[in-house]
Design a protein around this ligand. Sequence first.
Ligand code: FAD
Length: 294
Amino acid sequence: AEAPLFAGLPGDISVSFEFFPPKSEKMEEQLWQAITQLAPLQPSFVSVTYGAGGSTRERTHATVARIVKDTALVPAAHLTCVAASKDEIAEVVDQYWDAGVRHIVALRGDPPPTDGGRFVPHPQGYASAAELVAGIKARHDIDISVAAYPETHPEAVSAQLDLDNLKRKLDAGANRAITQFFFSTDAYFRFLDKALAAGITAPVLPGIMPVTSFSAIRRMSGNTEIPGWLETMFDGLDERPGPRALVAAVAAADLCKRLYEGGVRDFHFYTLNRAEQAYAICQLLGLRPKEPCA
Ligand code: FAD
């Protein structure tokens, strides 16, 4: 029988989109084009990342402030423990609070690439995301998301200890987790089962990464397994950005459909400041804009 791949999906999903703070005027324009195109899909929140080593502190803040000022979207500001004392972090959190920001994505962060090596806490700082969550919650009753790793964080001693750490972050007051990207639905669903068994009832949103550059995916993947079939899918597309983007959208849409069939209704997209793929995937899942495009 004929069974078109995306036929009949009702769009009963909610989505969130992640952006990074732009480094130049041109990138800023690209970011705002992306935000403007994705806004009609009424994301439950849009998040803005924080650069390694706190390198984007001002730019993250400026981007979040503009989202507050110019849109009706709910912004979520990423914040890390890297190279900052607890007082400095408190100041940043208060600034966000005063600007009307009510959602923070609390992360430990990684040392800047130039430092290489391991994360070393600031002498007056937080040593882990769980401590950061507790510190933020002690100041404001604010919505907090944290990171989760279906294939285990690379520094974790074991998958179980990593899961214990996720539980600690949620027990410290985080409201939900967002996962590192993955390409195996099995890995995600197994992780959800283990999380539930560990008493985690908060939502664990899958982080969806449409592959825009295979070398970048490799660099960022940490413990995420890159299946052979995926690599084959992108064979020979390194110098063909157009077809690569289309193939990436198909692969990510297929991943989302399988997640949907497994009961997932909340999706978080790593947009890399581009709207097309995330929008197309949402469209295939049946989601439609709630208001006309601006
Ligand atoms: P933590 O939860 O503190 O965990 C770090 C490691 O320490 C884990 O291996 C954990 O198991 C272990 N650990 C922690 N506490 C204990 C303990 N008490 N005992 C034993 N082990 C422990 N990075 C950025 O710089 N900027 C961003 O904007 C950013 N956004 C992200 C968004 C998402 C959705 C994700 C998944 C990651 C993001 N990252 C970002 C990357 C993140 O900062 C790194 O993955 C970092 O290495 C770990 O951060 P974490 O918050 O998961 O740390």
